[in-house]
Design a protein around this ligand. Structure first.
Ligand code: NAP
Length: 278
């Protein structure tokens, strides 16, 4: 790459970049999709729920952004290929992939009345697959377009539980730990084989209230559950994250400002991972 220092207004620009965001029908993916659109990117909204995808597209368009609904299941390669073809037909290229689809289920969570020895395999396998294979398959389908073009940026969504044990969330933690490893592996694979225009990084959010964990953190009247209170007590910022907290780090990772940042996991957690609790 020719050495250059972009002007400061180009340093963080995503103008006319084409981004695919899996899990954009959800809370964090939706917030990141809106942030990318505000930074100038055209954004494909990918999730299984068509109505949510349409609503997310409408919201972005109403604020002057460009977006396209591409409903698909991240565990289904044929559906991902159809989404890829729709994006290429509309915008002709893919520059950015955000792998935000993921999460856990009640059946795969070790509730207080259970231990690891009570857990059936199938729900745990589903959650590990959703987080790992649901990132691997989109990386293959959309990443191949980037590899052929010699440039592109993938950001996986990990979790702080990849590095520290969170009670209850065994399968989810294993799936996210695999994401951290896959992030490093894919960064090396793509950059060594297709050039330094290809980069793969991850963001590890701390605790954010979203659809899949709301009932673990908040009671029906929005007061904190005991687990929610424990989290707040162990988060130096003293609050849960909100989707906007992810937007700045995400834009940085996808922009020319991060062109030498590759294979890293960025914590966005209000200091929770750094805090011993004392
Ligand atoms: N909230 C947190 O505190 C937190 C912390 C760390 C990491 N994360 C991670 O952040 C990401 C976003 O989660 P969230 O917290 O925003 O939860 P959310 O609101 O429940 O969103 C989950 C998203 O994943 C999508 N999804 C699930 N299964 C899918 C499948 N098979 N195919 C396509 N899309 C699928 C859902 O879309 P459809 O239902 O429409 O398919 C939805 O858009 C996840 O990877 C999660 O693990 C969250």
């Amino acid at each position: 790459m020719t050495p250059f220092t972009p002007f400061i207004d180009q340093l963080f620009s995503l103008n006319d970049k084409v981004a695919v965001v899996t899990g954009a029908t959800g809370v964090l993916g939706g917030g990141m999709a809106r942030g990318l659109a505000q930074a100038g990117a055209k954004v494909a909204i990918l999730g299984r729920r068509r109505d949510k995808a349409d609503a997310a597209v409408e919201q972005i368009r109403q604020s002057g952004g460009r977006a396209l609904a591409t409903p698909a299941d991240v565990m289904d390669k044929a559906q991902l290929e159809a989404a890829r073809d729709a994006v290429l037909a509309e915008w002709g290229k893919i520059d950015i992939l955000i792998n935000a689809a993921g999460g856990t289920t009640a059946e795969a969570t070790v509730s207080p009345d259970k231990t690891i020895f009570d857990m059936p395999l199938d729900p745990m396998r589903y959650v590990i697959d959703l987080n790992l294979i649901g990132t691997l398959l989109p990386s293959q389908v959309f990443g191949e377009v980037m590899a052929k073009a010699g440039q592109g940026c993938i950001v996986n969504i990990s979790s702080m539980n990849a590095q520290r044990a969170l009670t209850r969330a065994m399968a989810y933690s294993a799936g996210k730990a695999a994401i951290d490893n896959f992030t490093r592996w894919l960064a090396v694979e793509l950059t060594t084989k297709f050039g330094e225009g290809l980069r793969v990084n991850a963001i590890a959010p701390g605790f954010f209230v979203a659809d899949q964990n709301r009932s673990l953190l908040l009671n029906d009247d929005n007061t904190l559950t005991p687990r929610g209170q424990k989290i707040i007590d162990h988060t130096p910022a003293g609050r849960f994250g909100i989707p906007d907290d992810l937007v700045g780090p995400l834009i940085w990772l996808c922009s020319p400002a991060a062109r030498f940042v590759n294979g890293t996991v960025i914590m966005v957690d209000g200091g929770a991972n750094a805090f011993s609790g004392i």
